[in-house]
Design a protein. Structure first.
Length: 126
């Protein structure tokens, strides 16, 4: 599971919801504490930030800097439980206004994204 979040060749297979019709044109990912990432979808639509913490197989924390001062910090934790992995993802925004401005589009798309992650993991373990 952790590798699907930190290895570019795996990450690009599941992160973008297929229903959105978006193409990830390029992906730069240096998934280590202090490293950075950039997802380029073209037409000036880039998502980028810095990895604040990368603890193998248990936790990844990164900034979302494309929103400037309103950017969130995302934390993903992984916990092994009975042969399965419990994944918890949270985002912290600098203010209620920043949260409201972000809207719910990304959160809504995560259901599809996590379904694609499940499919990838099933293929890798088949």
């Amino acid at each position: 599971m952790f590798e699907a979040w930190t290895k570019p060749e795996l990450f690009r297979k599941w992160w973008v919801p297929k229903s959105m019709g978006m193409t990830l044109r390029s992906l730069e990912m240096d998934a280590r504490t202090g490293g950075s990432y950039r997802l380029d979808f073209g037409d000036g639509m880039d998502f980028f930030g810095t990895y604040l913490e990368v603890t193998p197989h248990s936790r990844i924390v990164w900034t979302n800097e494309e929103a400037g001062d309103n950017g969130s910090v995302t934390t993903v934790t992984f916990e092994e439980k009975g042969g399965k992995t419990l994944l918890v993802m949270s985002e912290v925004y600098p203010s209620k206004e920043a949260l409201d401005a972000a809207g719910t589009g990304a959160a809504d798309a995560m259901h599809e994204t996590f379904g694609q992650l499940d499919d990838l993991l099933a293929q890798l373990h088949a």
